[in-house]
Design a protein around this ligand. Structure first.
Ligand SMILES: NC(=O)c1ccc[n+]([C@@H]2O[C@H](COP(=O)([O-])OP(=O)(O)OC[C@H]3O[C@@H](n4cnc5c(N)ncnc54)[C@H](O)[C@@H]3O)[C@@H](O)[C@H]2O)c1
Length: 325
């Protein structure tokens, strides 16, 4: 599944932070598949179960070329993890908009302090490239268009991620750190975080529970399948320009109610939907113009939502059966 083979880059040692997470674990697999060494870092923090993150690491731990450091970017010495590292891909963060109102301090420290400490360590290690995972949430309630849109985040999450981007750019400016920022748009697929909408919908429909949609269901997303996100990130290591920001989005924008229909069809049920009030900080419309990534490093999304959501459903149902066994 997934339209991309990871681009074969010459064998290098790549530090992936947040490696036990949704995107980080897929990225580490792709980098290993392409013949790289991967040094993974994670602290198993966040609002959703650490057991998911441990499970994501299961297939990585035995692989040749993979080493893991359990450490918190906010406090731990980072030099050992950076030893001999050529490339850093910084995926670690506390993610999720609505939960960020509940624990602003953790979002600020993980996403800003953690990034600042990693940048400083990467500078001293003299890495050849630093790729920073950011988000469409830096744009705000609507994220429609290219990278020149105004950044007006409406959640502590979005604000913390924008501050992290600014720190990255300060290191480019002041220390010539060869860094690039990628703004991901709504990533989905197997291992999606349990707090994310599609995963919540799959679990509810599989249990026969109604789905709660916050708002009218007409909110839309530039859904990006995880293998497309990973392919863009791998391509950006060599292809993205230093000091530049790139949108990474899917080619199809889907309304929430359309996504629910696709998920229900893949499970084989009729969805029951109840509506709740819109939540603080939720985005309304996201639609990525990713032509800069396409023109610079050849990014082209390959997986469309019907196929991608069916793959996520297959994975989620298999995981439920494993849990029940
Ligand atoms: N999933 C999406 O739709 C999406 C969209 C836009 C941007 N992003 C960004 O992509 C990145 C990965 O997101 P994800 O969905 O895979 O999230 P995730 O929660 O699955 O993974 C993030 C990982 O970072 C780790 N982490 C957090 N703080 C840490 C710290 N202080 N020290 C060490 N490890 C720490 C967590 O334990 C977690 O395993 C994040 O930077 C996020 O902001 C994700």
């Amino acid at each position: 599944m997934g339209g991309h083979e990871a681009v074969a880059i010459s064998s290098r040692r790549v530090l992936v932070t947040g490696v036990a997470g949704f995107i980080g674990s897929h990225l580490a697999e792709a980098l290993l598949d392409a013949g790289n060494e991967v040094v993974g870092v994670d602290a198993f923090v966040g609002f959703h179960g650490a057991e998911h993150k441990h499970r994501h690491l299961e297939s990585l731990r035995p692989r040749r070329g993979f080493t893991f450091h359990e450490l918190d970017l906010r406090h731990a010495p980072l030099e050992p993890a950076l030893d001999g590292v050529d490339v850093v891909v910084h995926e670690a963060a506390l993610a999720g908009l609505p939960t960020s109102w509940a624990d602003v301090d953790s979002y600020v420290t993980c996403n800003i302090t953690g990034t600042a400490r990693l940048l400083e360590a990467a500078r001293h290690a003299g890495v050849a490239k630093f790729v920073h995972a950011s988000t469409s949430s830096v744009y705000g309630r609507d994220a429609v268009g290219d990278e020149l849109q105004q950044t007006r985040p409406v959640s502590p999450y979005g604000v913390s991620k924008l501050a992290a981007e600014k720190l990255v750019m300060a290191y480019v400016e002041l220390h010539d750190l060869p860094a690039t920022v990628l703004r991901y748009f709504s990533i989905y697929g197997p291992r999606q975080r349990p707090d994310m909408a599609y995963q919540i919908f799959i679990e509810a429909l599989a249990d026969g529970r109604p789905i709660t949609v916050f708002g009218d269901g007409h909110q839309s997303r530039s859904n990006t399948y995880v293998s497309d996100c990973v392919a863009a990130t791998v391509a950006a290591i060599d292809g993205a320009q230093v000091g530049e920001v790139y949108n990474v989005g899917g080619g199809v924008t889907l309304e929430l109610r359309e996504a629910i229909e696709l998920i229900a069809r893949a499970i084989g049920v009729t969805p029951k939907v109840v509506h709740g009030p819109s939540r603080r900080g939720d985005q309304r419309v996201t639609s990525a113009d990713f032509s800069k990534a396409r023109d610079t490093f050849g990014y082209e999304p390959a997986v469309a939502p019907p196929e991608g959501l069916a793959a996520q459903v297959d994975w989620a149902l298999a995981a439920r059966m494993q849990d029940a066994a």
